[in-house]
Design a protein around this ligand. Structure first.
Ligand code: S3P
Length: 451
């Protein structure tokens, strides 16, 4: 009997994922369900905690990042039921009513937890909070939210001139601002809007390009007055606001679907339907780019789930061509660039990714880590200060590579390994559980039956 395509070894909570080539042996066929959207899961827990009354959440992502958010908001006084995908209930305590926790809040690996929570905490007068995170999060820039919050009157202290966690927050009554953000970041935008909830007047954020708008949609659904101006790319929240508990349905995460979209597009013979994928236009840059590269993707069963558009995505194998990616599309696919780099490595011709310097301050430096791993696997990749230039098609070779404990790197390299020659070992693959706890079992299932 042939070796299975996917096996793994655990030692000291560290997973080495071993992936053997799938080409010629299997194709990815059938249907796959992906976990709930990470961004929407965080926001549902946070707004549920700030609302009055009960919020129910269906389809919550059970990854480590939303678990960090739930743990923080429990420590802040919200009652959150045991986490599961069927139905989580949050008994909110109302804006301004969070209690002062007796200990450090721990955001783990999650930038969204830390940055969004800062806006909420900074606007809670007469309370003192301390927040930390893991090694990766403690090295990520927090000045981008500390600065605008400070203009609103927040008191926040931290290492390196108040830009690195651990951070200490002395909650204040804030002033509204109109903040012109130098970066298109939903975490920055959401942090300021959340601070605006408790702040008298209009708090506005203008972005250089539109980032994901889940906060604006969900704040409205919970009863806040949110004004969006697409012309100026700005969002305003009117404070003080009152939120009322809602029934939230979390769609599948297109950022998790992205791994199967690319896998099925590059493994010959594949025909895979990914069910229940959120297709909010601020997140669908990956579809635009894959279609431009010639991928065979169709949207089926388009519908609405509690204010977010959803569809099933059918993807069939077909040759890909290189393309150029830059400008306003970047925030619409910012988390998908590692897996797009895999598609580009095996596509015909040159792919140029630019304006993506934000990748350097994600869970790892995703430009450096992805370029190095793909080079090790034999791809022609040149790292640029703000992106990558990739010339394909490469015949990838199995290699020993490392996730750098970055979930999206771990999963992207596992997909690259499916089309490599020989065995690939991905070290620290346990990182996938941050956003996709079932990634490895799903990969095992999809690669289990030979054609
Ligand atoms: C997120 C925003 C993005 C994204 C992250 C989730 C969010 O970060 O990369 O995975 O939920 O708001 P930035 O705002 O830093 O671009």
């Amino acid at each position: 009997m042939l070796n299975p395509i996917v096996t793994s070894e655990f030692a000291n909570a560290r997973q080495r994922l071993i992936v053997r080539p799938a080409t010629d042996r299997i194709a990815l066929v059938g249907r796959v369900r992906i976990p709930g959207d990470k961004s929407i899961s965080h926001r549902a827990l946070m707004l549920g905690a700030l609302a009055e009354g009960e919020t129910t959440i269906e389809g919550l992502l059970l990854g480590e990042d939303p678990r960090s958010t739930a743990a923080c908001f429990r420590a802040l006084g919200a009652e959150i039921s045991e986490l599961n995908t069927e139905r989580v209930t949050v008994r909110g305590i109302g804006i301004g009513n969070l209690k002062e926790p007796a200990n450090l809040l721990d955001a783990g690996n999650s930038g969204t937890t830390l940055r969004l929570m800062l806006g909420i905490l900074a606007s809670h007068p007469n309370r003192f909070f301390t927040i930390t995170g893991d090694d990766s999060l403690r090295s990520r820039p927090m000045g981008r939210v500390v600065k605008p919050l400070s203009i609103m009157g927040a008191q926040i202290w931290g290492r390196r001139d108040n830009t690195l966690a651990p951070l200490a927050v002395n909650g204040q009554v804030l002033k509204p601002i109109h903040y012109r953000s130098p970066i298109a970041s939903a975490q920055v935008k959401s942090c300021i809007l959340l601070a605006g909830l408790a702040t008298e007047g209009a708090t506005t954020v203008t972005e250089p390009a539109l980032s994901r708008d889940h906060s604006e949609r969900m704040l409205r659904a919970f009863g806040a007055e949110v004004i969006v101006d697409p012309e100026t790319i700005s969002a305003t929240v009117m404070g003080p606001a009152k939120l009322t508990g809602q029934a939230v349905i979390v769609p599948g995460d297109i950022s998790s679907a992205a791994f199967w979209l690319v896998a099925a597009a590059i493994v010959p013979g594949s025909d895979l339907t990914i069910e229940n994928v959120g297709i909010n236009p601020t997140r669908t840059g990956i579809l635009d780019v894959l279609l431009q590269m010639g991928a065979n993707i169709t949207l089926e069963n388009e519908r609405d789930a509690a204010g977010e558009p959803v569809a099933d995505l059918r993807v069939r194998y077909g040759p890909l061509q290189g393309c150029e990616i830059g400008g306003a599309i970047i925030p619409r696919l910012v988390d998908e660039i590692p897996i797009l780099a895999v598609a580009a490595a095996v596509a015909q011709g040159k792919t140029i990714i630019r304006d993506a310097e934000e990748l350097r301050v994600k869970e790892s430096d995703r430009l450096a880590v992805m370029a190095a791993a793909l080079q090790k696997m034999g791809a022609q990749v040149t790292e640029q200060s703000d992106g990558m230039e990739i010339t394909g098609p490469a015949t990838l070779q199995g290699a020993e590579v490392d996730s750098h404990t970055d979930h999206r790197i771990a999963m992207s390299l596992a997909i690259a390994a499916l089309v490599a020659q020989g065995e690939t070992v991905i070290d620290r693959a346990e990182a996938a559980a941050i956003s996709y706890p079932d990634f490895v079992p799903t990969l095992e299932r999809l690669t289990a039956s030979p054609i």
